[in-house]
Design a protein around this ligand. Structure first.
Ligand SMILES: Cc1ncc(COP(=O)(O)O)c(C=O)c1O
Length: 397
């Protein structure tokens, strides 16, 4: 029996799980979330924090924080494993970047950071990868002792806490990217502990065509997931029309998660529609489902697609299940051929990360992938996902 046949044969159900109609990589927008009364009561941190500023994307919040902290021309210690757009936001604000190492296990060593602090260092930038907390208390102490500003990148870490305190509440500045965790078409939140020195500025709304296309896409992804006939085709047309309408306005097309930082959009605020959708979320259920789904994947994939971080911390809200595989590109190709939703965990090596200097980061970029564990994943979808990953990895051994 081949390895692949063994996986299928060993499946604990009498029938192998059926392919779902579609399985989105990010949460979808349920039509009910667009209807009915909405109230801000019960919104979690940081969504009602009086010191917050709202942006269309987190990247513009990072830029605003860097400017408010006066980081132009000053050095920021920055993790050597990163997406790209967060670095571009700091560079656009004029910060000078010095990298610190991240291990192949996504962990950082506070001592390695301390060793890099020099006379020009003004701030430390920390990413809570996939919603798993960095050792934020130790880092806050280090920053206080050495007179540095601490910026928490919580783009992945909405709803995660440590010992009862939410991530994003430790730093002098913090930023959140809502559409990664929630079905909002846009939304970045920036916090500044010391307050924003300049008064409230008038911010522009995101373009209507862009917003309409993204909202339609999120809604149609939901209908597609729930087997509505022709939802996939309608979704593709809606996105194409939205992109064309947006391009006609002369502005760059910047969907969520793209690497582009566009200074011309730095003053766009979060849409009223996203604010409304936020008020229709059941946050406790979102956390519970994400935690449950992560544990489900961990238990069933530990032997073939081991997690990069491992066990879920008590108050962590995972954004996804990051795992490592030796033959990453081959496994990725097999899974993509089956339309398995799968994220690439930043394989591109940025020119700022010189070869050899950060072996842990090189290993991550060569081996890391991620699977969704969001609130819309059903038991059947998870079962199918696990089977696909097991087959793909064992098929490459
Ligand atoms: C770690 C990190 N920080 C910041 C961002 C920027 O978020 P946004 O797409 O909302 O600008 C991203 C986007 O992928 C990210 O991965």
């Amino acid at each position: 029996m081949t390895a692949v046949a063994e996986v299928a044969a060993g499946w604990p159900r009498s029938v192998a799980p059926a392919r779902p109609a579609s399985m989105p990589l990010f949460p979808t927008l349920w039509p009910s979330m667009m209807r009915g009364a909405a109230s801000a009561a019960g919104l979690p941190f940081p969504l009602t924090d009086p010191g917050r500023r709202e942006f269309s994307f987190a990247r513009y919040g990072i830029y605003a924080i860097a400017r408010a902290l006066g980081l132009e021309g000053r050095e920021v210690l920055f993790p050597a494993f990163f997406h790209c757009v967060e670095l571009d936001a700091l560079l656009a604000a004029g910060a000078k970047i010095a990298l610190y190492p991240i291990g192949a296990d996504l962990q950082l060593d506070p001592q390695a950071i301390a060793d890099r602090i020099g006379p020009r260092t003004a701030a430390l930038y920390v990413i809570h990868y996939a919603g798993f907390p960095a050792p934020i208390r130790a880092l806050r102490t280090l920053c206080r002792d050495r007179g540095l500003a601490l910026i928490e990148d919580c783009a992945h870490a909405l709803l995660s806490s440590v010992e009862g305190q939410p991530l994003g509440s430790f730093g002098d500045g913090a930023v959140f990217s809502l559409p990664k965790s929630l079905p909002t078409p846009d939304g970045g939140i920036a916090l500044l502990r010391g307050g924003w020195s300049e008064g409230a500025r008038r911010q522009r709304q995101p373009r209507r065509a862009w917003l309409a296309a993204h909202t339609a896409s999120l809604l149609l992804a939901n209908l597609q997931m729930r087997h509505l006939p022709a939802a996939a085709e309608v979704r593709a047309v809606a996105l194409r029309m939205g992109k064309a309408a947006y391009a006609a306005t002369g502005a760059a097309y910047v969907p969520m998660g793209t690497p582009d930082f566009d200074l011309a959009q730095a003053d766009t605020t979060m849409s009223a529609l996203s604010r409304r959708i936020l008020m229709r979320q059941d946050f406790a259920t979102i956390v519970a489902r994400r935690r449950r789904n992560y544990r489900y994947l961990l238990e069933r994939l530990d032997d073939v697609a081991p997690p990069i971080v491992g066990a879920l911390p008590e108050e962590g809200c995972p954004l996804f299940y990051p795992f490592r595989v030796a033959r990453r590109d081959a496994v990725l190709a097999r899974l993509q051929a089956q339309s398995v939703p799968l994220g690439e965990f930043w394989p591109e090596r940025h020119p700022m990360t010189p070869d050899g200097e950060f072996p842990g980061v090189n290993e991550l970029r060569a081996t890391a992938l991620w699977l969704p564990c969001h609130q819309d994943m059903t038991q059947e979808a998870l079962e199918w996902l696990v089977l696909q990953v097991r087959q793909a990895v064992l098929g490459e051994r």
